[in-house]
Write a protein that binds this ligand. Structure first.
Ligand code: ADP
Ligand code: MG
Length: 244
């Protein structure tokens, strides 16, 4: 699988983090959780971030996704500085990013189809297209063509996570941020889910940053970075270089 992609050249930078610091709390309780983070991710790259619990991975991911306000340093997403960006700018940015979390975060009162559909409805450019058709063909791509009208409670863990992938990728985002997407899945479902993400992302040319503790899926990455105590310890472990 890796060989297929080994000739790929990554050129455009889609995420550029420079000297980023982050703090929680105020006054005497103020605590620094990210220290001088520098990281550049190119278009089409699949980067895996690992590291112990509490090392700052989720914090960094949520800053990159515009889900939390950046405080110090520089954070450029799709060539736009998001440190100090307006709410409006952050909202627009969030629409260009697909999110996949540990718990699938599906709306329990909506069917698989309605959950995926909702993500398209946020995009004006899709409103005059056949949203239902797009939604169903995305669910077919993740192998859930027979389950479009099921509610989350009637789907297995792996199936729910596949709905979440369909929801994240249906609008063809330039970036997908995934926080421990396999944590609640058994070995085989976890593997299936990341291989599916990899396949769809490579088809769409989308960039993936995936946080995981799961050593069994590291091989899907183009590059692995390691976070410890709020610092990026290792950047640039090129998986393909090791293989070749
Ligand atoms: P990871 O995802 O690597 O497990 P986190 O980014 O969740 O790490 O957490 C990094 C550090 O920041 C931890 O010490 C955690 O306790 C702290 N932290 C995370 N979120 C908050 C918050 N909302 N308020 C205060 N401290 C937080
Ligand atoms: Mg986390």
């Amino acid at each position: 699988m890796l060989d297929t992609y080994s000739t790929q050249v990554f050129t455009n930078t889609v995420i550029k983090v420079t000297d980023l610091n982050h703090y929680f709390g105020k006054g005497a309780l103020k605590k620094q959780v990210l220290f001088n983070i520098n990281l550049e991710i190119k278009s089409g790259e699949i980067v895996i971030m690992t590291g112990p619990s509490g090392s700052g991975k989720t914090t960094l991911l949520s800053l990159m996704g515009g889900l939390r306000s950046a405080q110090e340093g520089s954070l450029k997403i799709l060539e736009q500085e998001i440190l100090g960006a307006s709410k409006n700018k952050l909202t627009k940015l969030r629409r260009q990013i697909g999110y996949i979390f540990q718990a699938h975060n599906l709306m329990t009162f909506l069917t698989a189809k309605e959950n995926v559909r909702m993500s398209l409805e946020l995009h004006e450019q899709y409103l005059n297209q056949d949203i239902d058709k797009k939604t169903i063909s995305m669910l077919e791509e993740v192998g859930l063509g027979e389950r479009v009208n099921y509610y989350p409670e009637d789907l297995s863990g792996g199936q729910k996570q596949r709905v979440a992938i369909a929801r994240a990728l249906v609008s063809h985002p330039k970036i997908v941020l995934a926080d421990e997407p396999t944590a609640s899945l058994d070995k085989q479902s976890g593997r299936d889910v990341v291989e599916l993400m990899q396949k769809l992302a490579k088809e769409q040319g989308c960039t993936i940053l995936l946080v995981t503790h799961d050593n069994r899926i590291l091989d899907i990455a183009d590059r692995i970075v390691y976070m410890e105590d709020g610092k990026l310890k290792k950047d640039g472990v090129d998986v393909r270089a090791k293989v070749n």
